[in-house]
Design a protein around this ligand. Structure first.
Ligand SMILES: [Zn+2]
Length: 101
């Protein structure tokens, strides 16, 4: 499992969803820009089988709360507007993991 600290490092401290700079220190966990770990895919999604170091991303508290139980595609459509399910299905994970998926 990826730690929040390792996700902070991988994403340069920026939320995967909104690119806001996240913070991580004791007592800051409930702030909107607090660093959290977000599973890209729900338990039932076959893509959940992707190793967690690739399927978990850094998310600010605000985006994580806002997403709730929405699927990756549904929240991406809301958050990024222009993205389509077809594009998401071809998503290149190496783009944000820094490694080949
Ligand atoms: Zn965010």
């Amino acid at each position: 499992m990826a730690t929040v600290a390792s996700l902070m490092e991988r994403h340069n401290g920026k939320c995967f969803w909104c690119e806001q700079q996240c913070i991580m220190y004791p007592g800051a966990n409930n702030r909107p820009n607090a660093a959290t770990r977000d599973h890209l895919f729900p338990q039932t999604d076959p893509r959940r089988q992707i190793p967690t170091q690739f399927s978990q991303v850094l998310s600010c508290r605000k985006c994580n709360n806002e997403r709730g139980a929405l699927s990756f595609e549904d929240y991406a459509a809301i958050k990024w507007r222009c993205i389509s399910v077809q594009i998401v299905d071809q998503f290149d994970f190496s783009a944000f993991t820094g490694r080949a998926a």
